[in-house]
Design a protein around this ligand. Structure first.
Ligand code: GAR
Length: 205
């Protein structure tokens, strides 16, 4: 049965947007319980925005360099996202840290997907650092964004084996297959069942 009132998702992207596409595809089923109501980006000309355009989803761009202060960019981003009245904000390959204004507004309901098993390898180069460290297992983490870099309460994780002949690209692509599945499965459950955060422990349902 379709969910009575689908959760409203605003998805933030900076690149190819394959995680966004996985959410768009999942949301096509009314039983999924969520809908993407807008897509935001920090740069123009990316495939993530083209995916939103093709899906007929409202989209917007706020570039940091168009603002005098980083805090003004953060405020503008928060204002535009708020116009779309999201239940959840999903940072899906969004390569900017969200600032205090944004988190004050949406804190506790901003999710980020990261291509490593937190707390290992935070930041922009999770797959490269996992490979350089020689770990045999890495993976992906969906977490609730806090003011740190990939430090927020963990919602879900999936492990991915590192193969002997992996390079950064092959490893990241294999992680992304797991990541999209984890994102779709977990966001759907959060939308349908709700969630609580207690002392870093996130519980769905
Ligand atoms: C994903 O692997 C995501 O975890 C990563 O960028 C990729 C975006 O792929 N994000 C980070 O590394 C942020 N720290 P996509 O644009 O195809 O969804």
């Amino acid at each position: 049965m379709p969910h009575p009132s689908p959760s409203r998702l605003v998805v933030l992207v900076s690149g190819s947007g394959t995680n966004l596409q996985a959410l768009l595809d999942a949301c096509a089923d009314p039983a999924y319980g969520a809908e993407v109501v807008a897509v935001g980006a920090d740069r123009d000309g990316i495939e993530g925005l083209a995916r939103a355009e093709r899906a007929g989803i409202p989209h917007f761009v706020h570039r940091v360099k168009d603002f005098d202060q980083r805090s003004e960019w953060d405020h503008a981003l928060a204002e535009t996202v708020a116009e779309h009245r999201p239940d959840l904000v999903i940072s899906a390959g969004f390569m900017k840290l969200l600032g205090p204004d944004f988190l004050a507004r949406f804190g506790g309901r901003v999710l980020n997907t990261h291509p490593a098993l937190s707390p290992s390898f935070p930041g922009m180069h999770g797959p490269a650092e996992a490979l350089a460290h020689g770990v045999k297992v890495t993976g992906c983490t969906l977490f609730v964004v806090d003011e740190g870099v990939d430090t927020g309460p963990i919602v879900a994780q999936a492990a991915v084996e590192v193969l002997d002949d992996d390079d950064v690209e092959t490893l990241h692509e294999r992680i992304k297959v797991s990541e999209r599945q984890l994102l779709v499965d977990t966001i759907g459950r959060m939308a349908r069942e709700g969630f609580t955060i207690d002392n870093r422990k996130v519980r769905i349902g």
